[in-house]
Unconditional design. Sequence first.
Length: 388
Amino acid sequence: MENRSLPKNLRKLKILIAFLSLTIAISISSCSKKGTEEPATKPPTLPPPTPTSFTAAEATIAFNSFNTIYYSPADKLYYSTTEKKGLAAIWTQAIYWDNVMNIYERTKDPAYYKLITDMYDGGAKRYDNYNWDNSVEWFIYDDMMWWIMSLTRAYEITKNQAYLDKAKSGFAKVWSGSYDPVKGGMFWDFKHSGKNACINFPTVIAAMRLYNITKEEAYLTKAKEIYAWSRINLFDIAKGRVADHKVGDNNPGFEDYTYNQGTLIGAAVLLYKNTNTQSYLDDAKIAANYTKNSMSDPSGILPAEGDWNEQGVLKAIFAHYLADLAKAYPAGDYAKWAIFNANTAWGNRDFGRGIMHRNYKAPCPTGIVQSYESSSAVTFMQLFAPAN
């Protein structure tokens, strides 16, 4: 008798074999824990993690890179941009000079001492030998005061009497034209259009430095008077916010700038160190805290001031006086905050040229960059570099 069920059984057998084959294939491809699959492609090599802090050697590299790109050996001053077509603004040269002093004080390298004296010579040649009566070169009071502050510091380092003489004559010139003997405070311009933070707090700093050098009580008296006026008229004591200006009897004009926060801090710390009056230190602390908590981003990165203008230098000024506060009040942990900002900027530097940018959070542009924009992070690195 013919068996008619065989084809049906064969079909079932084929189906079973196919099912088992598929199951085995799936098991091999998706469930192996012992490397039965083919070796995976080796992942790409990643860059080393960003260090928790830049080194002292890197701080020196950062300064030297800034100098290579922006310093004019012929003029003994700094260019305004990487194009090297013109010099930076008169007042910003004093800020750059301060940073030359920073690296000298940190390293004691004679080459940087020479750069201090060279920049004085460059300024003398460019700006009529610091002739404060030349209203073409020196056309606004705060421009003069930035240089006066730097001249006092340069004297403290070099003991060159010419530097001190220029600082004293400059201070007398500014005081005679800027000080308001009736209502108090300092006017920022020759037309007396307003009293700005950028002249009042720097005047306190210059007066305190001159007092510390000469011990002439008149400087201390002036410093205390201008600080008292500024505290009432240019400072929100509850918040720690510094106003940019006050015009006439109008309310203070509050605009947030790091250099105004910084010069208040510097003025207050100098007065605190001299008088041991706690309120001065408290003012400095609350101003620093406002800068960190209200002006910086949530992680603590300072604002990217200076959209293609001189304001790129503002954080360099802030850095100077935050460093003073960090020494006067180490418990405030301000150094950690400063190092975080500097390290972020250094990690985002232009690796080809070694310069940094005002926006610490973003890679430095590889095209034309202003010296103003590159200056602040270099300053932070000099002031907060580790000891070795």
